[in-house]
Structures are given as C-alpha cells and as structure tokens.
Design a protein around this ligand. Structure first.
Ligand code: NI
Ligand code: MN
Length: 268
C-alpha cells in the first residue's frame, strides 16, 4: 500500500499530498488516526476536523501532515498541553481553520499566534456548549485533567480540559475523551445526547485512565466501538489494546475494540 501511494505521489508530481485522507465513501465518515490523540475526521458533507493535531508525535505516520493536509475546516483542541495543541497554530495560519476549544484556551492560543478572526465566539465555548461545525455538531464535555499552555506569565491555567462529542449528520456520534480519568459524568453523555457509536479513548495510564479505566468508561458511555489512543507514544504510557480487550471482557461489555492503523483512513 505504501509503495502504491508512493508511486501515486510520483505520478501526481511534487506537492501531491501523500497523507491526505481519501474522501470517505458516499454517506460515510472517515476517521484517520495520526498516533497519540491526533485524529482527522472527514464527514459525508466534506467537513474536515483535525482533533489534537500533534502530528509530530513519535508514532505519527506523517509528521508533516500539519503542513500538507490540503483542507482542514476546524481544529479541535481538548486542552493546552503540547501533546494536544501540537501544530494547531501553524494549521490555523495556513488553512484558515476555525479553532474549537475552551474560551480560555482560545485566548491563550490567539496570544500565541492563532489567527484571532478564526477563534471567536462562533467556535470557542465551554463545557455544555455545542458548536456547529459544517455538517457536524461538536459538544464540549468535561474531562478530569489539567490544562496549561506555553511558558508565558499567566499561562499556568488555560481553561478546563475537555472531551468532544461529535455528532455527524447522517453519520456516527464520535466521542473523543481528551485526557481524563473515567468519571461518573460519562454516564450523562448517552443520556443527554444519545448513543455513542465510536469512542476515541485514552488508555495509556500515568496521565490518563489506563485500560481498565477506559473499559469502565466505555460501559458508562455505552460505546459500540472503542478506538484506543494516547498509549505507547512514550514508555510511560504503557497501556495496551490487549489489556483494554481483557478489561472489557471482564466487564461483560459488548463494545468492540478497533485498533486503527496510523495514517489509514477508516470508514464509519
Ligand atoms: Ni494532557
Ligand atoms: Mn496528553
């Protein structure tokens, strides 16, 4: 596949975007994992969402994706830590993408260079708020973690960390947990917004929930499919998908674990 793509890139000439996720099949939503907590979601209507775009993480299939992806409409950042903000500012400048984040983190990122016109009231909100993003609705839900960005004075706290619930029109409901432990609040997610089809769940432990915590979280949310993330990027994030599967089995969960191949668009 890689060889085929390389040949295609050669045929198309320099500048052909190798890593551009293919347009999803009609009516489908495509999810591409870039390692760690970074995902690109393309909706049936063609809206492109980049979530926690740390494309330069050690497991990234394409560290230059932030410079080459041809279209990004919205950049979603769960919290201010560098392994989640990633290339957000450069992407905002290059693509014109609007920033979806907490109001406080939006301010911090604008201070650091994110174009202010793309980070206003239309897309910056807070927990409980819903942002219209093309043919998707993005609701900000709580995460239990911390959030700081940069080293400038006053940057100690940059808003509450978030998860994102992305309801795609005619497509799946996707829950990106952000960095968090399992919380009782997760039970409110299906109660308030309906079933979760795909849960992008951190499982690495140390800074977030571990596989057992993530399995419990999946049962709270009622997720049909769980895609593990935020593991094995660094040695300290030691959780594994196999541990997640065992923990789900121990809870008699019917959720299916789906390990995405970094860089490979997957239809949902
Ligand atoms: Ni974090
Ligand atoms: Mn993190």
């Amino acid at each position: 596949m890689r060889t085929l793509l390389a040949a295609l890139a050669l045929a198309l000439g320099p500048g052909a975007a190798l890593a551009a996720p293919a347009a999803p099949a009609a009516g489908k939503t495509s999810i591409t994992w870039y390692g760690h907590a970074a995902f690109v979601v393309t909706t049936p209507g063609g809206t492109v969402l980049a979530i926690d775009p740390f494309f330069q993480n050690p497991r990234s299939p394409d560290p230059k994706a932030g410079e080459t992806l041809p279209r990004i409409d919205y950049v979603l950042v769960t919290h201010g830590h560098g392994d989640h903000v990633g290339d957000a500012i450069a992407i905002g400048k290059r693509t014109g993408a609007k920033l979806i984040a907490s109001f406080d983190l939006c301010k911090a990122l604008v201070n650091a260079g994110y174009p202010a016109a793309q980070a206003g009231y239309a897309t910056c909100g807070n927990i409980g708020g819903t942002i219209q993003a093309g043919d998707a609705e993005v609701t900000m839900v709580p995460a239990v973690h911390s959030s700081s960005f940069g080293d400038q004075p006053g940057a100690a706290e940059e808003g509450h960390p978030l998860g994102f619930l992305i309801r795609v029109k005619g497509g799946p409901t996707i829950y990106h947990t952000g960095d968090t432990d399992v919380t009782m609040d997760m039970k409110l997610i299906p109660e308030r917004w309906g079933p979760v089809d795909v849960m992008l769940a951190c499982i690495g432990g140390h800074f977030t929930m571990d596989p057992r915590g993530a399995a419990l979280a999946a049962t709270f949310v009622g997720a049909r499919t769980v895609i593990p993330m935020h593991y094995q990027t660094y040695p300290v994030l030691s959780g594994t998908p196999a541990e997640l599967e065992r923990a789900l089995a121990a809870l008699h969960s019917r959720a299916r674990v789906r390990v995405l191949v970094p860089g490979a668009p997957t239809a949902f």
